[in-house]
Ligand binder design. Structure first.
Ligand SMILES: Nc1ncnc2c1ncn2[C@@H]1O[C@H](COP(=O)(O)OP(=O)(O)OP(=O)(O)O)[C@@H](O)[C@H]1O
Ligand SMILES: *[C@@H]1O[C@H](CO)[C@@H](O)[C@H](O)[C@H]1NC(C)=O
Ligand SMILES: *[C@@H]1O[C@H](CO)[C@@H](O)[C@H](O)[C@H]1NC(C)=O
Length: 432
């Protein structure tokens, strides 16, 4: 059935009716734009690998029937061209539906005001979504929102209604992200770097996200995923000499090399990388990072901010930081502190409300990720309220345990796998 699905799109694109005939007399500029977009979609849809890539997604893919049976939920977000709603399939599976939206102020209404050609303007917007669908189908990666299926409906000729059925995410809230732990923010940056690595070496060539903004991404399980691909491009700038290879940002410009083949070398990759630096790394990477990792993070910021690193080196640098963090190597050269604590093996405490710390993994009290009890002892020492802590069985995405810090000694519960650490000074005060 996979061939059928791919064929359906190609047939839809090939339907001569897609262009002028059905639309009557249109402004030439709009027609040119329409055919340019159509060519773009066809080019991306065609070519080796298109069917093969689609195959995996097509197994059990959703279609128009599922769309009709889905219960629509609230709107999740909207941009200039598209609106996204939550929906639920009869079985309870939740997903996101993306379609062109006609609301005032959007792309379509601006086009209509300008060209007075509503059908053609709606079609232009539909082509944007079609392009996105083609790209989502061919670019399968954990950093690309997953396409569950699609529905093309051209029964309302000359309109084609296109709906994408997508993995459900939540809009990226930068302010919220800034309030999470460094470990979570690092995860977001790492998932972005892995995505950019994939885009730089994608089956379609090196892909640039022309409109690179936090609102083009959503979060799924703490991972960043790109959802807006209608402004992605595979074309690399042509050049005669290096001066043609200018990469311009509001705060900075770079001149890249013009290759012997007459292409600006790595311009797509570098444009993505600098955008990642200015929109994500500068905000998310440095704050409250473990001191032992600061030099490595400063190096990443400096190297991406000056485009000294390409995406390969950037990914390597991120993986090195992850390694240092996971292995606890960054903690070396610290005086032992755990000896200031009495350990009670075989006990844990009830989870009760206690003092807060920032940024805690729990709103009930101070719950932080640690490498081991030794690091937890250092944290407890640095917090005046802290009298005891336990290292829990809960793990973060890097595999580190969470430690709960306490201002008093709550009831002890026997638990063979747990241990409580109590400050010696505290235990003598409480006459334990
Ligand atoms: N899979 C998803 N799950 C949840 N929300 C989503 C999903 N996809 C998109 N959104 C939300 O919908 C908004 C609009 O989607 P999208 O960016 O594709 O539309 P657009 O019209 O191209 O936007 P823009 O004008 O910013 O380019 C996004 O900013 C995002 O917040
Ligand atoms: C990188 O470091 C150099 C040398 O310290 C400095 O001149 C430059 O401004 C830094 N660049 C960025 C983007 O931080
Ligand atoms: C980057 O890594 C990719 C994939 O491993 C490889 O094909 C490419 O040659 C590397 N590029 C550079 C500049 O090292």
């Amino acid at each position: 059935m996979r061939a059928g699905r791919a064929a359906a799109l190609v047939a839809l694109l090939a339907a001569g009716a897609l262009l002028a005939p059905a639309l009557g007399v249109e402004p030439p500029a709009l027609l040119r734009e329409l055919s340019r977009r159509l060519r773009d979609v066809r080019r991306l849809a065609a070519g080796a690998g298109a069917g093969r890539r689609g195959a995996r997604g097509a197994a059990g893919a959703l279609g128009c029937g599922d769309l009709r049976r889905a219960a629509a939920g609230p709107e999740l977000g909207a941009g200039l061209t598209k609106a996204v709603r939550r929906a639920e399939l009869p079985g309870g599976r939740a997903l996101a539906l993306k379609a062109v939206h006609g609301a005032a102020g959007g792309d379509v209404s601006r086009c209509v005001r300008r060209h007075r050609a509503p059908a053609a303007c709606r079609r232009l917007a539909a082509y944007k979504l079609l392009k996105e669908l083609v790209l989502l189908r061919r670019l399968r990666h954990p950093g690309v929102v997953q396409l569950y299926g699609q529905c093309y409906d051209n029964s309302a000729h000359p309109d084609i209604r296109v709906t994408a059925m997508l993995e459900l995410g939540s809009p990226l809230e930068m302010i919220q992200l800034l309030q999470t732990t460094w470990e979570e923010r690092f995860k977001v940056c790492l998932s972005l770097v892995k995505l950019l690595f994939y885009l730089a070496h994608s089956p379609l060539g090196s892909i640039v996200l022309l409109d690179f903004q936090p609102r083009q991404f959503v979060m799924v399980d703490g991972n960043l995923k790109v959802t807006d691909l209608d402004d992605a491009s595979t074309e690399e700038l042509s050049c005669k000499d290096d001066n043609d290879c200018m990469l311009d940002f509001p705060t900075k410009s770079f001149i890249l090399k013009c290759s012997a083949a007459g292409k600006c070398e790595g311009i797509n990759e570098k444009k993505n990388l600098f955008n990642a630096y200015r929109y994500f790394f500068t905000y998310l990477l440095p704050y409250t990072a473990p001191p032992g990792l600061q030099p490595f993070l400063s190096d990443i910021l400096n190297a991406t901010g000056d485009l000294r690193y390409g995406i390969n080196e950037t990914l390597r640098a991120f993986e090195k930081v992850l390694h240092l963090y996971k292995t606890g190597i960054y903690l070396q050269k610290r005086p032992p502190l755990l000896q200031e604590y009495i350990s009670l093996q075989g006990f844990r405490t009830r989870e009760t409300q206690d003092y807060k710390c920032w940024p805690s993994y729990s709103h009930l009290g101070c719950l932080l990720s640690v490498h081991n009890a030794e690091e937890a002892a250092g944290i407890c020492n640095s917090q005046p309220q802290c009298q005891s802590f336990i290292v829990t069985q809960q793990r973060t995405w890097t595999g580190r345990p969470l430690a709960a810090f306490r201002s008093h000694l709550p009831d002890l519960i026997p638990d063979a796998n747990a241990a409580i650490y109590i400050k010696r000074s505290a235990s003598s005060r409480e006459k334990l």
